[in-house]
Design a binder for this molecule. Structure first.
Ligand code: F6P
Length: 327
């Protein structure tokens, strides 16, 4: 593969996601396969500004495929949002001779890389890595499948105790402003109701749905709530239901950061491996200022402008399915 690029820098940025290590491994080994040098930049944009860079070999990414988190560590950098910060980062990259960048992260990561590309013409590609699955231009982001499986496992366990005690549980899952984890884990976990920001609802509607269960004698139930819910989080909704009705014995579980950890599923490992190979081969073939995505099981390259700050639309048929199956 002929390209003037000789040294590729790879880094992870934003919230960690299971499968990031598998993507790092794929980038490093594909780079070496094509006779390029690959450097790991530690702590995302923070490490780039500080020149915290390590050369990686095929063996230095051994035994990480199955590990959660990111061996390169990650951070959210305020300094990189400034032009001065980006200039410092660029100067540090040039000191080591890095002449192309591959980032693994979410929307904030893309914004930074897009700016760096426009200011310094550094060839750059992004791989979408976030549990939230909130990126336009790709059906799946790395980490979403693992995080959703973790949520389903938790929901199944909560169901056991909910049934035993005839309790109503409100389970809050992550996703920032996106309802993907809630919708998919809710359907897979058989939730009685799913509350996500993308679907218009009101507290009264949710209350009516739950109390309709009084008539059918449904005393135990599970409600899955996305953290970005527009009608309040699990604690708030639970409190309001308890204020209006003493019918239910109510409990709340907030799954939180445990959804970000753990060994990636086969799906995330394969996705990360495909995207990592595609990113290196793409950048060597001249793709730049773009995000690797997967659409209908095919690898695609989306220009940053087409995906940044765009919502990843929810399939509303999934909501309909959830509703039918929860009667
Ligand atoms: O973007 C991933 C995510 O886990 C979101 O689901 C959540 O809102 C956020 O990160 C939490 O961020 P932090 O780890 O900085 O608290």
């Amino acid at each position: 593969m002929s390209s003037s690029i000789q040294r590729i820098g790879v880094f992870t940025s934003g919230g960690d996601a299971p499968g990031m290590n598998a993507a790092i491994r794929a980038v490093v080994r594909t780079g070496i396969f094509h006779n390029k040098e690959v450097y790991g930049i530690m702590q995302g944009y923070e490490g780039m500004i500080e020149g915290d860079v390590v050369k990686l070999g095929a063996r230095s990414v051994g035994n990480i495929l199955q590990r959660g988190g990111t061996i390169l560590k990650t951070a959210r950098s305020e300094e990189f949002k400034t032009k001065e910060g980006r200039k410092k980062a660029y100067d540090e990259l040039r000191k080591v001779g890095i002449d192309a960048l591959i980032a693994i992260g979410g929307d904030g990561t893309f914004t930074g890389l897009h700016a760096l590309y426009h200011e310094f013409k550094m060839p750059s590609l992004c791989i979408p890595g976030t549990i939230d699955n909130d990126i336009a231009g790709t059906d799946y982001t790395i980490g979403f499948d693992t995080a959703t499986n973790t949520a389903v496992e938790a929901i199944d366990k909560i169901r056991d105790t909910a049934l035993s005690h005839n309790r109503l549980f409100f389970i809050e899952v992550m996703g920032r402003n996106s309802g993907y984890i809630a919708l998919y884990s809710g359907v897979a976990g058989g939730a009685g109701a799913i509350i996500i920001p993308e679907s218009e609802t009101s507290f009264d509607k949710v209350y009516d749905l739950l109390t309709a269960g009084e008539i059918t004698n449904k005393r135990s139930n599970l409600v899955v709530i996305a953290e970005g819910s527009k009608i309040g989080g699990a604690n708030e909704i639970a409190r309001k239901v308890a204020e209006r009705s003493s019918y239910f014995d109510i409990k709340v579980t907030i799954l939180g950061h445990l959804q970000r950890g753990g060994s990636p599923t086969y799906f995330d490992r394969v996705l990360a491996s495909r995207m990592g190979v595609a990113a290196v081969e793409g950048i060597l073939a001249g793709e730049t200022d773009a995000m690797v995505g997967i659409r209908d099981n095919k690898i695609v390259f989306n220009p940053f402008d087409a995906v940044m700050n765009r919502p990843h639309d929810i399939d509303h048929d999934m909501l309909r399915i959830a509703k039918i199956l929860s009667i």
